[in-house]
Write a protein that binds this ligand. Structure first.
Ligand SMILES: C[S@@+](CC[C@H](N)C(=O)[O-])C[C@H]1O[C@@H](n2cnc3c(N)ncnc32)[C@H](O)[C@@H]1O
Ligand SMILES: [Zn+2]
Length: 258
């Protein structure tokens, strides 16, 4: 890998970007409201960044939100505008389960989910779209939820700030100077827990860059991909990675008939 320059969109305090930095990438951060910027005023250079990643605001797409404002859609469009303008070799989008899927011209894409409980004893489910110009995709794990002690950090979390840092995978001396306690908790609650962002960076190194990385390798012998579009590799004559993939594909077929 020669070009290790990445652009982080909607970075907040960028727990997602930290996972990439820890794995040798150089991360440039676009403007964020919490540091007085606005993505709507941002124009990236073309063909400079190897990868673009980020998670736009998800409140509108949360299952419990009965009054979406339209802001989620607007910011999703901003994400797509910037990826299209910067033309990276790959992009990664992160959000909650219900975000509306999008397709960017020229990119081969997959959609998959990861849960923090596959890595630690706290749970948080996150959904991703990965796309690449070359057509090279990722083979993410499908873990199983172990017994969990609780959920990941929330904005108004009653647990102590130190406990919140620990749950999100941050070091014990982590701090955000000048933020109020509730502001600090909100900023880290917005973030992708570090065990997930580290895993994603390693996954991209292993499957996209074909580098040797330090987690168990389950490279495919045959490269058949699950027909649901999640991009996971299926073996032998299997068409789907599992029952949930089969159901998803069926829902997609039913939707396309209506
Ligand atoms: C889900 S958080 C991102 C968290 C980050 N990915 C991480 O892992 O730490 C979404 C971010 O989008 C920012 N945001 C919302 N509207 C924005 C806008 N118009 N321009 C720039 N940033 C915006 C919020 O301030 C928030 O930090
Ligand atoms: Zn699938």
């Amino acid at each position: 890998m020669k070009n290790k320059l990445l652009l982080s969109l909607f970075p907040g305090i960028d727990l997602l970007g930290m996972g990439f930095e820890e794995n040798g990438f150089c991360v440039v951060r676009s403007p964020d409201l919490i540091t007085g910027g606005d993505i709507r005023n941002f124009t990236p250079p073309g063909s400079v960044f190897a990868g673009v990643f980020g998670g736009s605001p998800c409140q509108d797409f949360c299952a419990l939100n009965r009054n979406p404002t339209g802001y989620g859609d607007e910011m999703l469009k901003e994400y797509c505008r910037i990826v299209t303008a910067s033309q990276p070799k790959w992009f990664l989008f992160e959000n909650v389960a219900n975000f509306p899927t999008f397709k960017l011209e020229g990119y081969t894409q997959q959609r998959f989910d990861l849960d923090l409980s596959w890595f630690t004893e706290f749970s948080r489910n996150r959904h991703f779209i990965f796309g690449s110009l070359s057509g090279r995709l990722l083979d993410p794990i499908k873990g199983t939820r172990k017994s969990v002690l609780g959920g990941a950090v929330l904005g108004n979390d009653p647990r102590s700030f130190r406990a919140c840092c620990d749950i999100q995978g941050l070091p014990s001396d982590f701090d955000i100077p000048f933020f109020s306690l509730s502001g600090k908790k909100q900023a880290i609650a917005n973030g992708v827990p570090l065990p997930l962002s580290r895993y994603l960076a390693k996954l991209i190194l292993r499957d996209y860059y074909r580098e040797k990385v330090g987690f168990p390798d389950h490279q495919a012998k045959s490269l058949n991909r699950c027909l649901c579009g999640c991009g996971r590799i299926v073996y032998g004559r299997a068409k789907y990675h599992g029952p949930s993939c089969r159901k998803r594909a069926q829902r997609q077929r039913e939707k396309s008939k209506t």
